[in-house]
Design a protein around this ligand. Structure first.
Ligand SMILES: [Zn+2]
Length: 288
């Protein structure tokens, strides 16, 4: 370990439930993925926040161990998005969990950086014993031939066709993301970014955590400017509403948050002063 970075693994206990953040890696995104903001302003905000420009976006997954069951929320990108991503399998191995030990795969939505880890590099099923929890609205959307026909070539290949390929071996063992999906884990509708975009609330005793999926992609920008959307939002207006509602809820109720694109290890709080929001990373816990 002397000259290598530590593994992208971080444990956080929520009551009796153990949540482990696993980094799938990161992606350096072009400014063009952002909408409702000019490149110059985006760069100013990132530089003022001491962030890498153009935006470097963490991609996180979360393993949830609850009542003897093992679940994983999102799967990372498999080997489909280049060498800075696709780390999930090696970190899963480091915490002594085999893919076949996973009982449930919970998806926040079907996009390459979240669901392309459903298959291994040879195209075989990765979580051979798992049921899959995913919103039926996302499954229907990505299987909608007329929506696919309207998409441009890259969207058709990267989103529609890839979503269909990734979920194919799990289709017979999928459950809609509604209500309690794993002991202590409830699905919540945060749609907008995709038609079935889903968050998961993890609760045990007095403790809780909201895994908010893609409520923001570039936190340093979107926490200041929730109206900034992404080119791949299927309904940008609904995405803005979901983001504002979620920021209001977690700041009012002082809810701990985890997110797929929060800077790793991706646990934070959100505060609100007048009409502006701030993001506060949670400090490192030495005990789990
Ligand atoms: Zn994403």
């Amino acid at each position: 370990m002397a000259d290598k970075q530590t593994p992208g693994i971080y444990h956080r206990r929520i009551g009796d439930i153990l949540v482990t953040a696993i980094s799938d890696g990161f992606i350096d995104a072009p400014y063009g993925v952002l909408q409702n903001i000019g490149e110059e302003e985006a760069e100013q905000i990132l530089e003022a926040s001491f962030q890498i420009v153009p935006p470097r976006i963490s991609v996180n997954c979360y393993v949830v161990r609850s009542a003897g069951k093992i679940a994983i929320i999102d799967t990372g990108s498999g080997d489909t998005m280049g060498p800075t991503l696709g780390q999930m399998p090696s970190f899963l191995e480091l915490i002594n969990i085999k893919p076949k030990d996973i009982d449930s795969v919970l998806l926040t939505h079907m996009h390459p950086d979240h669901s392309n880890g459903l298959l291994d590099s040879k195209g075989n099923i990765f979580f051979e014993n798992a049921e899959i929890i995913v919103s039926e609205r996302d499954v229907a959307h990505w299987h909608n031939d007329s929506a696919m026909a309207k998409a441009n070539d890259s969207q058709r290949e990267r989103y529609f066709k890839e979503a269909r390929r990734q979920i194919a071996p799990y289709m017979q063992r999928r459950k809609n993301a509604l209500g309690e999906v794993v002991p202590g884990v409830h699905a919540v509708d945060l749609s907008g970014h995709t038609p079935g975009h889903t968050g998961y609330i993890i609760e045990s005793g007095q403790h809780s955590l909201l895994v908010w999926g893609d409520i923001c992609h570039v936190p340093d920008i979107q926490i200041r400017k929730p109206e900034v959307t992404m080119v791949f939002d299927t309904d940008p207006e609904a995405a803005i509403l979901a983001r504002r509602r979620t920021f209001d809820m977690v700041s009012n109720d002082r809810v701990l948050v985890a997110g797929m694109h929060l800077h790793f290890p991706g646990f934070c709080y959100v505060t609100r002063e007048n009409s502006s929001y701030h993001i506060l990373p949670e400090s490192w816990n030495f005990e789990i």
